[in-house]
Design a protein around this ligand. Sequence first.
Ligand code: PRP
Length: 175
Amino acid sequence: MTSYKKNLLFDAQTIAGRVQQLAKDIAASHPDDPLVFVGILKGSFMFMADLVRAMDRPCEIDFARISSYGSETVSSGKLDVIMDVGISLKGRAVIIVDDIVDTGLTLSEYRKHLQVQCPASVATVALIDKTGRREKEVDVDYYGFRIEGGFVVGYGLDCDENYRNLPAIYVLEED
Ligand code: PRP
């Protein structure tokens, strides 16, 4: 079994600062809209919780579960919506929340998928915009941190379901 060493990338305080700023930026660009936040599970759960707590106004919250990788670590190019949002999005201002954009498949395809419901607007926010393996062009309207590469875990992000609970973000390195 591979063992990993984890190197700190963003500590909890740094993440908290960025999340507060993202909430302010999102609020400022949607001054009048009641917002619907749609988190993509599982990775977004911690970011979503902190982001919506930082919003200084009422908002609605829902989640979707999407599989894009199956059991592989390489994108299959297909999107499988396992659990979709339940709130009606017609005419609403929607913010899709994800922990990380990597190939771009999940966010670009799910954004398209939601358009069928005729929302008034759809914006995307990702805590981490990882640019080095982008395959699908996608507008990441708001991002917390931009990185080129690295296997990042913590604050919702996993490696074989481990590390999601960590309050900081680390880069895994083979030991
Ligand atoms: C991860 C992450 C994003 C997606 C990004 O989810 O949470 O949703 O991959 O990758 P992409 O830009 O290449 O599509 P994953 O499918 O690993 O599931 P998880 O959120 O349950 O960990």
